[in-house]
Design a protein around this ligand. Structure first.
Ligand SMILES: *Cc1c(COP(=O)(O)O)cnc(C)c1O
Length: 426
Protein backbone atom coordinates (compact mmCIF):
# COMPACT_ATOMS: atom_id res chain seq x y z
CA UNK A 1 0.00 0.00 0.00
CA UNK A 2 2.73 2.45 0.93
CA UNK A 3 4.56 1.60 -2.30
CA UNK A 4 1.48 2.53 -4.30
CA UNK A 5 1.11 5.81 -2.40
CA UNK A 6 4.77 6.63 -2.92
CA UNK A 7 4.30 6.07 -6.63
CA UNK A 8 1.38 8.44 -6.55
CA UNK A 9 3.56 11.15 -5.12
CA UNK A 10 6.27 10.49 -7.73
CA UNK A 11 3.66 10.46 -10.47
CA UNK A 12 2.25 13.79 -9.38
CA UNK A 13 5.73 15.33 -9.46
CA UNK A 14 6.41 13.77 -12.89
CA UNK A 15 3.14 15.15 -14.24
CA UNK A 16 3.99 18.67 -13.09
CA UNK A 17 7.43 18.32 -14.59
CA UNK A 18 6.06 17.25 -17.94
CA UNK A 19 3.16 19.68 -18.31
CA UNK A 20 4.19 22.68 -16.24
CA UNK A 21 6.82 25.29 -17.06
CA UNK A 22 9.93 24.78 -14.97
CA UNK A 23 9.89 28.18 -13.32
CA UNK A 24 10.22 26.76 -9.78
CA UNK A 25 12.40 24.16 -8.08
CA UNK A 26 10.14 22.75 -5.35
CA UNK A 27 11.21 20.54 -2.49
CA UNK A 28 9.96 17.04 -3.38
CA UNK A 29 6.92 16.81 -1.12
CA UNK A 30 3.33 16.70 -2.42
CA UNK A 31 0.88 18.38 -0.07
CA UNK A 32 -2.82 17.72 -0.13
CA UNK A 33 -4.22 19.18 3.11
CA UNK A 34 -3.53 21.91 5.64
CA UNK A 35 -4.86 23.01 9.00
CA UNK A 36 -3.36 25.68 11.27
CA UNK A 37 0.41 25.17 11.53
CA UNK A 38 0.29 21.74 9.86
CA UNK A 39 0.21 20.37 6.31
CA UNK A 40 -0.16 16.75 5.24
CA UNK A 41 1.26 15.06 2.15
CA UNK A 42 -0.55 12.60 -0.10
CA UNK A 43 0.68 9.74 2.13
CA UNK A 44 -0.89 11.42 5.19
CA UNK A 45 2.51 12.30 6.65
CA UNK A 46 2.14 15.40 8.82
CA UNK A 47 4.55 18.35 8.75
CA UNK A 48 5.02 21.67 10.48
CA UNK A 49 4.91 24.33 7.75
CA UNK A 50 7.88 26.66 8.23
CA UNK A 51 7.42 28.61 5.00
CA UNK A 52 3.75 29.61 5.32
CA UNK A 53 3.61 30.17 1.55
CA UNK A 54 6.23 32.92 1.86
CA UNK A 55 4.28 34.45 4.78
CA UNK A 56 0.89 34.44 3.05
CA UNK A 57 -0.53 31.95 5.55
CA UNK A 58 0.21 33.94 8.72
CA UNK A 59 -3.27 33.12 10.05
CA UNK A 60 -2.67 29.36 9.60
CA UNK A 61 -3.89 26.98 6.92
CA UNK A 62 -7.61 26.97 6.10
CA UNK A 63 -8.57 29.29 8.93
CA UNK A 64 -12.30 28.58 9.38
CA UNK A 65 -13.33 32.22 9.73
CA UNK A 66 -11.53 33.24 6.54
CA UNK A 67 -12.65 30.19 4.58
CA UNK A 68 -16.26 30.72 5.66
CA UNK A 69 -16.13 34.36 4.56
CA UNK A 70 -14.96 33.15 1.16
CA UNK A 71 -17.60 30.42 0.84
CA UNK A 72 -20.40 32.76 1.82
CA UNK A 73 -19.31 35.46 -0.61
CA UNK A 74 -18.62 32.95 -3.41
CA UNK A 75 -22.23 31.76 -3.17
CA UNK A 76 -23.54 35.32 -3.35
CA UNK A 77 -21.47 37.38 -5.79
CA UNK A 78 -17.95 36.71 -7.08
CA UNK A 79 -17.04 39.36 -9.64
CA UNK A 80 -18.64 42.43 -11.14
CA UNK A 81 -15.50 44.19 -12.39
CA UNK A 82 -15.10 47.83 -11.46
CA UNK A 83 -17.44 48.81 -14.30
CA UNK A 84 -20.12 48.65 -11.59
CA UNK A 85 -20.13 49.10 -7.83
CA UNK A 86 -20.35 46.06 -5.57
CA UNK A 87 -21.69 46.10 -2.01
CA UNK A 88 -18.48 44.75 -0.41
CA UNK A 89 -15.65 46.91 -1.77
CA UNK A 90 -16.45 50.21 -0.03
CA UNK A 91 -16.74 48.58 3.40
CA UNK A 92 -13.47 46.73 2.87
CA UNK A 93 -11.72 49.94 1.80
CA UNK A 94 -13.02 51.74 4.90
CA UNK A 95 -11.97 48.86 7.14
CA UNK A 96 -8.50 48.52 5.59
CA UNK A 97 -7.66 52.23 5.59
CA UNK A 98 -8.71 52.56 9.26
CA UNK A 99 -6.76 49.41 10.14
CA UNK A 100 -3.54 50.84 8.73
CA UNK A 101 -4.16 54.56 9.16
CA UNK A 102 -4.34 55.86 5.56
CA UNK A 103 -6.91 57.90 3.60
CA UNK A 104 -7.23 55.60 0.61
CA UNK A 105 -6.47 52.20 -0.87
CA UNK A 106 -6.04 50.98 -4.43
CA UNK A 107 -6.98 47.28 -4.49
CA UNK A 108 -5.07 44.79 -6.64
CA UNK A 109 -4.52 41.01 -6.62
CA UNK A 110 -0.87 39.97 -6.49
CA UNK A 111 2.16 41.47 -4.81
CA UNK A 112 4.00 42.34 -8.00
CA UNK A 113 0.91 44.15 -9.30
CA UNK A 114 0.75 46.19 -6.11
CA UNK A 115 4.44 47.12 -6.44
CA UNK A 116 3.83 48.17 -10.07
CA UNK A 117 0.86 50.21 -8.87
CA UNK A 118 2.98 51.95 -6.25
CA UNK A 119 5.66 52.77 -8.85
CA UNK A 120 3.04 54.27 -11.19
CA UNK A 121 1.50 56.34 -8.39
CA UNK A 122 4.96 57.53 -7.36
CA UNK A 123 5.91 58.62 -10.88
CA UNK A 124 2.62 60.40 -11.46
CA UNK A 125 2.92 62.19 -8.12
CA UNK A 126 6.46 63.22 -9.07
CA UNK A 127 5.30 64.92 -12.29
CA UNK A 128 1.99 66.35 -11.14
CA UNK A 129 2.67 67.31 -7.52
CA UNK A 130 6.42 67.52 -7.03
CA UNK A 131 7.00 69.06 -10.46
CA UNK A 132 9.73 66.85 -11.92
CA UNK A 133 10.11 67.19 -15.72
CA UNK A 134 8.22 64.48 -17.58
CA UNK A 135 10.19 61.22 -17.98
CA UNK A 136 12.97 62.37 -15.63
CA UNK A 137 11.72 60.76 -12.39
CA UNK A 138 14.06 58.37 -10.60
CA UNK A 139 13.11 55.89 -7.90
CA UNK A 140 15.73 54.65 -5.44
CA UNK A 141 15.81 50.91 -4.69
CA UNK A 142 18.16 48.69 -2.67
CA UNK A 143 20.74 46.07 -3.57
CA UNK A 144 19.42 42.60 -2.85
CA UNK A 145 15.79 43.71 -3.22
CA UNK A 146 12.93 41.40 -4.05
CA UNK A 147 9.72 43.09 -5.21
CA UNK A 148 8.28 40.52 -7.64
CA UNK A 149 8.68 39.19 -11.16
CA UNK A 150 7.29 41.65 -13.71
CA UNK A 151 9.46 43.19 -16.42
CA UNK A 152 9.84 46.53 -14.65
CA UNK A 153 10.50 45.00 -11.25
CA UNK A 154 13.19 42.60 -12.44
CA UNK A 155 14.79 45.55 -14.25
CA UNK A 156 16.05 46.78 -10.88
CA UNK A 157 16.79 43.39 -9.32
CA UNK A 158 20.41 42.35 -8.93
CA UNK A 159 19.62 38.66 -8.98
CA UNK A 160 21.17 37.71 -12.33
CA UNK A 161 19.00 34.61 -12.57
CA UNK A 162 15.86 36.73 -12.27
CA UNK A 163 17.12 39.32 -14.79
CA UNK A 164 19.27 37.75 -17.46
CA UNK A 165 17.83 37.75 -20.99
CA UNK A 166 14.66 39.55 -19.97
CA UNK A 167 15.90 42.94 -21.23
CA UNK A 168 15.64 45.63 -22.45
CA UNK A 169 15.12 46.87 -18.93
CA UNK A 170 12.88 49.64 -17.62
CA UNK A 171 14.83 52.82 -16.87
CA UNK A 172 14.40 55.22 -13.98
CA UNK A 173 15.82 53.34 -10.99
CA UNK A 174 18.91 54.01 -8.88
CA UNK A 175 20.30 51.21 -6.73
CA UNK A 176 21.98 51.82 -3.37
CA UNK A 177 23.28 49.44 -0.69
CA UNK A 178 20.66 48.23 1.82
CA UNK A 179 20.82 49.41 5.43
CA UNK A 180 23.18 52.24 4.45
CA UNK A 181 21.65 55.55 5.51
CA UNK A 182 24.64 57.55 4.24
CA UNK A 183 24.23 56.09 0.75
CA UNK A 184 20.58 57.17 0.78
CA UNK A 185 21.43 60.67 1.96
CA UNK A 186 24.10 61.00 -0.73
CA UNK A 187 21.69 60.16 -3.59
CA UNK A 188 19.00 62.39 -2.15
CA UNK A 189 21.34 65.37 -1.90
CA UNK A 190 23.06 64.93 -5.27
CA UNK A 191 20.03 64.43 -7.53
CA UNK A 192 17.00 66.62 -8.02
CA UNK A 193 14.79 64.13 -9.81
CA UNK A 194 14.17 61.61 -7.06
CA UNK A 195 10.51 60.67 -6.78
CA UNK A 196 10.59 57.84 -4.26
CA UNK A 197 12.49 55.31 -2.20
CA UNK A 198 11.17 51.74 -2.47
CA UNK A 199 12.36 49.50 0.36
CA UNK A 200 11.63 46.28 2.26
CA UNK A 201 11.75 46.84 6.05
CA UNK A 202 13.49 43.42 6.24
CA UNK A 203 14.82 41.81 3.06
CA UNK A 204 13.05 38.45 3.14
CA UNK A 205 14.05 36.76 -0.11
CA UNK A 206 17.61 38.02 0.15
CA UNK A 207 17.94 35.92 3.33
CA UNK A 208 16.05 37.81 6.06
CA UNK A 209 18.49 40.72 6.22
CA UNK A 210 17.39 42.75 9.22
CA UNK A 211 18.64 46.35 9.07
CA UNK A 212 19.61 48.58 11.99
CA UNK A 213 16.65 49.32 14.27
CA UNK A 214 16.59 52.99 13.28
CA UNK A 215 17.18 52.51 9.53
CA UNK A 216 13.49 52.78 8.57
CA UNK A 217 12.91 55.87 10.70
CA UNK A 218 16.04 57.63 9.47
CA UNK A 219 15.21 56.76 5.86
CA UNK A 220 11.68 58.05 6.28
CA UNK A 221 12.96 61.33 7.79
CA UNK A 222 15.44 61.82 4.92
CA UNK A 223 12.67 61.19 2.39
CA UNK A 224 10.51 63.79 4.16
CA UNK A 225 13.31 66.36 4.07
CA UNK A 226 13.81 65.85 0.34
CA UNK A 227 10.11 65.63 -0.61
CA UNK A 228 10.54 62.03 -1.76
CA UNK A 229 7.92 59.30 -1.25
CA UNK A 230 8.90 56.63 1.26
CA UNK A 231 7.41 53.43 -0.21
CA UNK A 232 7.43 50.38 2.07
CA UNK A 233 7.03 46.96 0.50
CA UNK A 234 5.51 45.05 3.42
CA UNK A 235 4.18 42.20 1.30
CA UNK A 236 6.25 39.67 3.24
CA UNK A 237 7.05 41.54 6.47
CA UNK A 238 3.61 43.04 7.11
CA UNK A 239 0.48 41.78 8.85
CA UNK A 240 2.04 40.69 12.17
CA UNK A 241 4.84 38.53 10.71
CA UNK A 242 7.68 40.38 12.41
CA UNK A 243 5.94 40.90 15.76
CA UNK A 244 4.16 44.15 14.98
CA UNK A 245 1.36 44.82 12.53
CA UNK A 246 3.91 46.34 10.14
CA UNK A 247 7.67 45.87 10.25
CA UNK A 248 8.14 49.65 9.87
CA UNK A 249 6.40 49.97 13.25
CA UNK A 250 9.60 48.62 14.78
CA UNK A 251 9.02 47.69 18.39
CA UNK A 252 5.65 49.40 18.63
CA UNK A 253 3.64 47.22 21.00
CA UNK A 254 0.06 48.30 20.42
CA UNK A 255 -2.49 46.41 18.37
CA UNK A 256 -4.34 49.41 16.96
CA UNK A 257 -1.02 50.89 16.20
CA UNK A 258 -2.06 53.63 13.83
CA UNK A 259 -1.86 56.57 16.23
CA UNK A 260 1.55 55.47 17.48
CA UNK A 261 2.78 54.45 14.08
CA UNK A 262 3.34 58.16 13.46
CA UNK A 263 6.28 58.04 15.87
CA UNK A 264 7.85 55.32 13.78
CA UNK A 265 8.34 55.23 10.04
CA UNK A 266 4.85 55.73 8.61
CA UNK A 267 5.24 55.07 4.90
CA UNK A 268 3.88 57.54 2.34
CA UNK A 269 2.93 54.52 0.26
CA UNK A 270 2.34 51.11 1.86
CA UNK A 271 2.29 47.93 -0.22
CA UNK A 272 0.53 44.84 1.16
CA UNK A 273 -0.15 41.37 -0.25
CA UNK A 274 0.29 37.77 0.85
CA UNK A 275 -1.22 37.52 4.39
CA UNK A 276 -3.82 40.22 3.70
CA UNK A 277 -6.00 37.27 2.65
CA UNK A 278 -4.49 34.65 4.97
CA UNK A 279 -3.35 32.78 1.88
CA UNK A 280 -6.91 32.02 0.85
CA UNK A 281 -7.23 34.22 -2.24
CA UNK A 282 -4.92 36.57 -4.18
CA UNK A 283 -5.38 40.01 -2.62
CA UNK A 284 -2.98 42.95 -2.59
CA UNK A 285 -3.31 46.63 -1.81
CA UNK A 286 -1.56 49.96 -2.08
CA UNK A 287 -2.35 52.49 0.64
CA UNK A 288 -1.62 56.23 0.64
CA UNK A 289 -3.12 59.51 1.74
CA UNK A 290 -5.27 61.68 -0.55
CA UNK A 291 -2.48 64.09 -1.54
CA UNK A 292 -0.75 61.13 -3.21
CA UNK A 293 -3.55 58.75 -4.18
CA UNK A 294 -5.65 61.45 -5.85
CA UNK A 295 -3.18 61.65 -8.74
CA UNK A 296 -4.86 58.49 -10.09
CA UNK A 297 -7.93 59.26 -12.20
CA UNK A 298 -10.41 56.99 -14.04
CA UNK A 299 -8.79 54.97 -16.81
CA UNK A 300 -5.25 55.42 -15.53
CA UNK A 301 -4.91 52.16 -13.61
CA UNK A 302 -6.94 49.07 -12.84
CA UNK A 303 -7.46 45.34 -12.93
CA UNK A 304 -10.49 43.18 -13.76
CA UNK A 305 -10.27 41.25 -10.50
CA UNK A 306 -8.91 44.06 -8.28
CA UNK A 307 -11.40 44.88 -5.53
CA UNK A 308 -13.73 41.98 -6.27
CA UNK A 309 -16.30 41.03 -3.62
CA UNK A 310 -14.62 37.74 -2.64
CA UNK A 311 -11.28 39.49 -2.12
CA UNK A 312 -13.00 42.18 -0.05
CA UNK A 313 -14.84 39.71 2.20
CA UNK A 314 -11.79 37.48 2.62
CA UNK A 315 -9.42 40.33 3.48
CA UNK A 316 -11.70 41.77 6.16
CA UNK A 317 -11.97 38.35 7.81
CA UNK A 318 -8.22 37.72 7.53
CA UNK A 319 -7.34 41.04 9.19
CA UNK A 320 -9.92 40.53 11.93
CA UNK A 321 -8.22 37.23 12.74
CA UNK A 322 -4.88 39.05 13.13
CA UNK A 323 -6.44 41.26 15.82
CA UNK A 324 -8.69 38.69 17.49
CA UNK A 325 -5.91 36.14 17.89
CA UNK A 326 -3.18 38.63 18.86
CA UNK A 327 -0.90 37.33 16.14
CA UNK A 328 1.59 40.21 16.38
CA UNK A 329 2.22 39.63 20.09
CA UNK A 330 2.43 35.90 19.56
CA UNK A 331 4.94 36.31 16.73
CA UNK A 332 7.05 38.59 18.87
CA UNK A 333 6.96 36.28 21.89
CA UNK A 334 7.69 33.06 19.98
CA UNK A 335 10.31 34.73 17.79
CA UNK A 336 12.38 35.63 20.85
CA UNK A 337 12.25 32.04 22.08
CA UNK A 338 13.20 30.76 18.62
CA UNK A 339 16.24 32.99 18.30
CA UNK A 340 17.35 32.43 21.91
CA UNK A 341 17.22 28.63 21.57
CA UNK A 342 18.91 28.60 18.16
CA UNK A 343 21.62 31.04 19.30
CA UNK A 344 22.38 28.79 22.24
CA UNK A 345 22.81 25.82 19.93
CA UNK A 346 24.83 27.81 17.38
CA UNK A 347 27.48 28.72 20.01
CA UNK A 348 28.81 25.17 19.80
CA UNK A 349 27.61 24.23 16.29
CA UNK A 350 29.92 23.58 13.36
CA UNK A 351 27.09 23.60 10.79
CA UNK A 352 25.08 26.74 11.68
CA UNK A 353 26.78 30.11 12.15
CA UNK A 354 24.02 32.63 12.77
CA UNK A 355 20.31 33.08 13.43
CA UNK A 356 18.72 36.43 12.58
CA UNK A 357 15.29 37.93 12.11
CA UNK A 358 12.42 39.61 13.89
CA UNK A 359 9.19 38.09 15.16
CA UNK A 360 8.59 34.86 13.29
CA UNK A 361 10.55 35.84 10.18
CA UNK A 362 13.93 34.28 10.83
CA UNK A 363 16.83 32.69 9.00
CA UNK A 364 19.67 30.40 9.94
CA UNK A 365 22.95 30.81 8.07
CA UNK A 366 24.66 27.52 7.22
CA UNK A 367 28.42 27.09 7.46
CA UNK A 368 29.05 26.51 3.76
CA UNK A 369 29.36 28.47 0.50
CA UNK A 370 26.45 30.15 -1.34
CA UNK A 371 26.99 27.66 -4.18
CA UNK A 372 26.83 24.59 -1.93
CA UNK A 373 23.75 22.41 -1.67
CA UNK A 374 24.10 21.97 2.10
CA UNK A 375 21.07 24.13 2.95
CA UNK A 376 18.99 22.19 0.42
CA UNK A 377 20.15 18.88 1.93
CA UNK A 378 19.28 20.12 5.41
CA UNK A 379 15.79 21.06 4.17
CA UNK A 380 15.41 17.53 2.76
CA UNK A 381 16.38 16.11 6.18
CA UNK A 382 13.99 18.54 7.91
CA UNK A 383 11.26 17.26 5.61
CA UNK A 384 12.05 13.68 6.64
CA UNK A 385 11.87 14.82 10.27
CA UNK A 386 8.44 16.43 9.75
CA UNK A 387 9.20 20.12 9.15
CA UNK A 388 9.06 22.00 5.84
CA UNK A 389 11.41 24.90 5.12
CA UNK A 390 13.30 26.13 2.06
CA UNK A 391 16.65 27.77 1.43
CA UNK A 392 16.44 31.38 0.21
CA UNK A 393 20.02 31.13 -1.00
CA UNK A 394 22.55 28.29 -1.10
CA UNK A 395 23.50 28.66 2.54
CA UNK A 396 20.52 30.40 4.18
CA UNK A 397 17.33 28.71 5.41
CA UNK A 398 14.26 30.83 6.18
CA UNK A 399 12.03 29.77 9.09
CA UNK A 400 8.59 31.39 8.99
CA UNK A 401 5.78 29.30 10.52
CA UNK A 402 2.14 30.37 10.67
CA UNK A 403 1.66 32.88 13.50
CA UNK A 404 -1.08 30.79 15.13
CA UNK A 405 1.60 28.46 16.51
CA UNK A 406 1.71 27.91 20.29
CA UNK A 407 4.75 27.70 22.54
CA UNK A 408 4.66 23.91 22.90
CA UNK A 409 4.59 23.49 19.11
CA UNK A 410 7.42 25.99 18.68
CA UNK A 411 9.61 24.16 21.20
CA UNK A 412 8.87 20.89 19.40
CA UNK A 413 9.96 22.56 16.13
CA UNK A 414 13.12 23.98 17.67
CA UNK A 415 14.13 20.48 18.78
CA UNK A 416 13.42 19.07 15.29
CA UNK A 417 15.56 21.82 13.73
CA UNK A 418 18.45 21.37 16.16
CA UNK A 419 18.32 17.59 15.91
CA UNK A 420 18.42 17.85 12.11
CA UNK A 421 21.26 20.37 12.06
CA UNK A 422 23.23 18.04 14.36
CA UNK A 423 22.99 15.32 11.71
CA UNK A 424 25.12 17.62 9.53
CA UNK A 425 27.79 18.46 12.10
CA UNK A 426 31.29 17.62 10.96
C1 LIG B 1 6.30 37.95 -2.47
C2 LIG B 1 6.78 39.33 -2.55
C3 LIG B 1 6.45 40.16 -3.65
C4 LIG B 1 5.69 39.66 -4.84
O1 LIG B 1 4.42 39.17 -4.53
P1 LIG B 1 3.69 38.20 -5.58
O2 LIG B 1 2.31 38.02 -4.99
O3 LIG B 1 4.48 36.93 -5.61
O4 LIG B 1 3.67 38.88 -6.89
C5 LIG B 1 6.89 41.47 -3.62
N1 LIG B 1 7.62 41.95 -2.60
C6 LIG B 1 7.97 41.18 -1.54
C7 LIG B 1 8.77 41.78 -0.44
C8 LIG B 1 7.58 39.85 -1.49
O5 LIG B 1 7.96 39.09 -0.47
Amino acid sequence: MSVLEKMNSAEIIATENKYGAHNYHPLPVVLSRGEGVYVWDVDEKKYYDFLSAYSAVNQGHCHPKIVNAMIEQAQTLTLTSRAFYNDKLGNYEKFLTKFFGFDKVLPMNTGAEAVETALKICRKWAYEVKGIEENDAQIIVCDGNFHGRTTTIISFSNDENARKNFGPYTAGFIKIPYDDIDALEKVLTTSKNIAGFLVEPIQGEAGVYTPADDYMMKAKNLCNQHNVLFIADEIQTGIARTGSLLAVCGNCDCQNHCERQATYATPDVLILGKAISGGVYPVSAVLANDAIMNVIKPGQHGSTFGGNPIAAAVAVAALEVVDEENLAQNARYLGKIFRTKLSEYIKTSTIATLVRGRGLLNAVVINDTEESDTAWNICMALRDNGLLAKPTHGNIIRFAPPLVMNEEQLLDCVSIIIKTLKEFER
